[in-house]
Structure formats: C-alpha cells, structure tokens
Design a protein around this ligand. Structure first.
Ligand code: SIN
Length: 282
C-alpha cells in the first residue's frame, strides 16, 4: 500500500520493517494507526526508533490493537500491571527468550502480538531475531503441507527437552517470576494455523514450546517438530533487529517466531513488554 504518514524501511527480504514518522507517545490519528496496522500485517514485525514511552503510553498504543493479555509467569509493574520488565543484569547468566518460540503458545488463546520497548541496552549485542512462519509454510512441498493438515501440536510451558520457558526463570534471578507451580500448563493448537486477518496459513510450532504432536508418541513427534522448527528459522525467512534505547518492536505472534540473542555477558539489558490478546488458533 502507499503510506501517507509513514516512511517504511524493510529490514530483510523475509519480514520486518522500521516505520519512521510517528511519535507513539501522542494520540495517533486513525489514518496513522491504520497505516501502522497495515504495515504490521504486511511486514509481521514492525519497529520504531527514538521513542520516549512511559508504561501508560506503551499500553495506550498497544490497546489500539486490542485488549491486553496477561503473561502468567512474571509480576507486572506496580504502576502498570499489564506490562513487565525483561531484565538481564551484569551478573545474570541466562537471558529471557533465548530460544526460537512464539509467545505463550502454551495457553488456550495465545497473544495476537507482543510489544517490546528498549530501556537499557548493552553497547553491542542483545539483538532480537524474527522468523516469518507464513513464508516458511509456503516453502514446504505440497506433500508436507498435506501431511500437516489436521496435525495438532501439544505446547507446554515446561517443555523438558529445551529446559522450558517457566523452568528457565529459576535461573533468571533478576526477574520477579510468579506461578512457577503452573509451569506444566499446556495447550493444543494446529501446527498450521490460518491468520484471522490476512487468511494466510503459517506454521505454529517451535522447539521452545511444542512438546509433542497429539495422538503420536514423543519418538514419532520429535523428528517432525525438529524438522519444522529448523525449517521455520532458515536464514532466508528471518530478520534481525538491533536495539537502541527508545526502540519499540511489535511482532505478530500468529505468524512469526523470535529469539533474544544472549551475546552480552557482563552487561545489562532492560526492556518493557506487553502482550495483546489474540484468537484461538484455527
Ligand atoms: C521475548 O519476549 O521472548 C524476549 C525478546 C527480547 O527480549 O528480545
């Protein structure tokens, strides 16, 4: 589409675009918001630079996309419980989100998207990588697409193969975790889901959360999960965002995976995250 209020700079051939122009702390006009929304659907992960957002302004922008969705394993900020901080301190040995995953695929209704705001960043490193799982689906053979039709993934917060999301909080000591007794929460979703807004099919599977395939043994499930998880993140389906303080990212959790790169030992990284309510994958 032609944009009137935005300058759109694609990040790679696969997905991702930096949107120049809007001040997200302001009350955006409907036209500007509609263009941002269209860019979000077109590019699947959108980024803004040079923003100055307090938690309430970030929530106000998030609410333009839909109601907030709570994240089960982290304490929200006292002044804005819809958000929480992702913090890795100089002494932490493990980061949050350091494996390819879609956010909260272990709940019955995973989020539409996640919005992350950069507050403190290392001098170099701490980038986030993204993968376009609609492009990955399209690139599969017709035979594989047919095979995946109707296959259901069992997604777990406590996936033992990779350490699991909830389990990893025990090591991320700087962050205020909660509900770790619910780390076994699981949800079943189709491995191939149809995007409710674009109608495009995308893979919804990751090593981070997909524990097995329904009605199959683990031994039968793992090779297919591993193939699909590796296929989704082939370099030609990815982009990489380099953060600065004041950068904001919003990714479409329905058709992307992401990976927080942990390459800044001894340095501090602090981000503010919120998630936006989605639909039950079909
Ligand atoms: C996440 O939400 O998985 C973390 C992403 C990041 O910190 O870059």
């Amino acid at each position: 589409m032609g944009y009137q209020t935005l300058d759109v700079e694609p990040l790679s051939g696969a997905l991702g675009a930096v949107l120049h122009g809007p001040d997200l702390s302001a009350d955006l006009s409907n036209q500007t918001f509609d263009e941002i929304h269209q860019a979000f659907l077109d590019h699947k992960a959108i980024f803004f630079r040079g923003q100055n957002l307090d938690p309430h302004q970030q929530i106000a922008f998030g609410r333009r996309f839909g109601p907030m969705a709570a994240y089960p394993f982290m304490e929200g900020l006292p002044e804005a419980p819809e958000t929480f901080e992702i913090l890795k301190t100089e002494t932490d040995v493990k980061n949050f989100g350091g494996g390819w995953h879609a956010d909260m695929s272990f709940v019955p209704v995973p989020p539409l998207g996640t919005m992350l705001y950069g507050i403190e960043l290392p001098d170099a490193g701490g980038d986030t990588m993204f993968a376009n799982t609609a492009l990955a689906y399209e690139a599969l053979s017709d035979g594989m697409k047919e095979l995946l039709d109707g296959v259901i993934g069992v997604n777990s917060a406590a996936l033992k193969r990779s350490g699991g999301r909830a389990n990893s909080f025990k090591k991320a000591t700087a962050m205020a975790s909660k509900n770790l007794d619910r780390a076994s929460m699981e949800a079943e979703h189709p491995i191939v889901r149809t995007h409710p807004e674009t109608g495009k099919k995308a893979l919804f599977v990751s090593r981070g959360h997909t524990a097995s395939l329904k009605d199959m043994t683990e031994e039968e499930s793992y090779p297919l999960i591993d193939f699909l998880a590796d296929h989704c993140v082939r370099p030609e389906f990815t982009c990489r965002f380099r953060w600065e303080a004041g950068s904001l990212a919003l990714w479409d959790n329905r058709c992307t995976l992401h990976f927080a790169v942990d390459d800044y030992p001894g340095q501090r990284r602090r981000m503010r995250r919120l998630t936006i309510e989605g639909d039950k994958p079909v």
